[in-house]
Design a protein around this ligand. Structure first.
Ligand SMILES: C[S@@+](CC[C@H](N)C(=O)[O-])C[C@H]1O[C@@H](n2cnc3c(N)ncnc32)[C@H](O)[C@@H]1O
Length: 193
């Protein structure tokens, strides 16, 4: 299965986006709410409609970069926030991206990529973060699918990818998941080694 730009764009165009929550989720919102420095450089990869970017922007964070393979959701975000800097909305491949960030926010991107790329995701996140930078957000702790997104996984498996690159500050069952994901996701706050 080719999980390329066309695959994802078709899903947006066909309104086949069950992952899209329509607004920021509680784990991401509450994590963002405790961030003090609004000048940090933040990357949201595989961001889709990027409700976190909207929330961050409306709350005074201005250094937000959003990247997605499909331009569909990026256009939606630009329409919702005309003032969002267009140059920070990147249609492209996370694995080809370059930059240096203090924070990467994860939600339903990791489960959307081919599981064979998971080790590369850990490596790439490490590469894109500044020293002591943070990878934070949610990862599914659920079997889900093995042949198409969303691909499942569990903590033990994830440790095998991230251990080399990150210190685990938080890596636990998420206590404030949205209802449909309750008990099925882990909150992560990983510090770049
Ligand atoms: C399941 S959706 C999740 C979107 C968003 N994070 C959310 O929670 O609504 C996965 C997203 O990742 C994007 N994507 C998949 N592979 C990508 C890649 N290699 N680089 C950038 N974006 C990618 C897709 O286009 C899609 O928008």
């Amino acid at each position: 299965m080719l999980l390329d730009k066309n695959y994802w764009t078709e899903r947006y165009l066909n309104d086949d986006a069950a992952w899209d929550t329509g607004s920021i989720t509680t784990p991401l919102k509450e994590y963002i709410d405790q961030l003090k420095d609004k000048n940090i450089q933040i990357l949201i990869p595989g961001a889709g409609n990027a409700y976190e970017a909207e929330y961050l922007f409306n709350n005074g964070f201005k250094n937000i970069t959003v990247i997605d393979l499909s331009s569909e959701p990026l256009n939606n975000l630009q329409k919702r926030i005309p003032d969002f800097p267009a140059e920070n909305l990147i249609q492209g491949d996370f694995f080809e991206h370059s930059g240096q960030y203090h924070l990467i926010l994860e939600q339903t991107f990791f489960c959307a990529i081919d599981p064979l790329l998971r080790i590369k995701y850990a490596e790439k996140s490490h590469e894109l973060l500044k020293p002591k930078g943070v990878l934070a957000g949610v990862l599914f702790n659920d079997k889900l699918n093995s042949d198409k997104p969303p691909f499942g996984g569990n903590k033990e498996e994830y440790i095998s990818y991230f251990d080399k690159y990150f210190t685990f500050k938080t890596f636990q069952l998420c206590y404030n998941s949205i209802k449909p994901r309750s008990g099925r996701e882990l909150f992560i706050n990983f510090i770049r080694k």
